[in-house]
Design a protein around this ligand. Sequence first.
Ligand SMILES: NC(=O)c1ccc[n+]([C@@H]2O[C@H](COP(=O)([O-])OP(=O)(O)OC[C@H]3O[C@@H](n4cnc5c(N)ncnc54)[C@H](OP(=O)(O)O)[C@@H]3O)[C@@H](O)[C@H]2O)c1
Length: 306
Amino acid sequence: MADVYTNPEKHVVLHNNVKLPVLGLGTSHNGGYSHEAVVYALKNCGYRHIDTAKRYGCETYIAQAIKASGVPREEIFLATKCWPADYGAATTREAFNGSCQRLGTDYLDMYLLHWPDVPSGVKDKKKLLQDTWRTLEVLLDEERARVIGVSNFLEHHLETIMDECSVVPQVNQCEFHPYNNPKKLRAYCAERNIQFEGYCPLGNGQILNEPQIQEIADVHNKSPAQVLIRWNLQRRVVCIPKSTKEHRVKENAEVFNFVLTDENMARLDNMAQNLTIMDPSSIQAKIDNPLPDGYKLNIINVPAEP
Ligand SMILES: NC(=O)c1ccc[n+]([C@@H]2O[C@H](COP(=O)([O-])OP(=O)(O)OC[C@H]3O[C@@H](n4cnc5c(N)ncnc54)[C@H](OP(=O)(O)O)[C@@H]3O)[C@@H](O)[C@H]2O)c1
């Protein structure tokens, strides 16, 4: 078994004492889904955390990849997300059960609210978010979910939940790379023991040729992707890079054998804040006029079920 849960560098401990592997494998419809890359990550590279979402449309394929990898379910930290069109007490539970069914499991390691937005027809948005959160608290209580959290929540969205909740969100997953580093939000989360998790750590592949990052990579004889992931780990931000290529999945996991200097870290901490991959203003339309989950998902090499 990988040493993910025994080596303190490789996991963070949440406020309910659950160990969350600090490096996970991203999956999504954006850029395609590769069965072989997921199997390889689990079997050959020691990944024990997979991030997905109902919205990405690949939960069924992930179940197949877990089975093919031979890694026992209980070793894998499996995280998925509830899409806002499913918010509401009964509908969230249905969405949770649907995700479990597609993922071939009867419990989830982590269930996140995907965005703070709700369908625009909803009159009392605050109440809908609070009712939805309450459902997650019940799922936690029933031990169907080991960790509950949110994604893309700013301070005021977190306040909405915390006004009424009995369990403070354990995780907030947001965009995080040197060109989009929400320092105030991170500090706010840290003060409340909400673990910050970053998505698009490689800026969706768009920042790998930046000379400043390349320069740091050259000094350490590492790749720009490894430098970006290492920066997350040294800031204790949970990091979920995605790749559909086996050699990059491997490269992205080889980040525990070098250390960025304080000067490297400070440089990466203070870059121009000029790149947003996920534009929050584009989300409402996606909630109100939903395309099918996994719309245009490019499936690469998923074998037919026997
Ligand atoms: N909560 C949310 O709202 C939200 C939003 C966006 C993403 N996410 C999560 O975050 C994960 C990661 O985000 P992301 O996929 O947008 O971006 P990312 O991990 O920052 O970058 C992925 C891109 O970088 C390329 N890449 C990966 N490793 C590489 C390497 N070592 N060298 C060169 N290129 C490399 C990939 O191409 P190849 O596939 O060709 O290697 C892909 O195009 C997603 O999979 C998802 O799980 C969550």
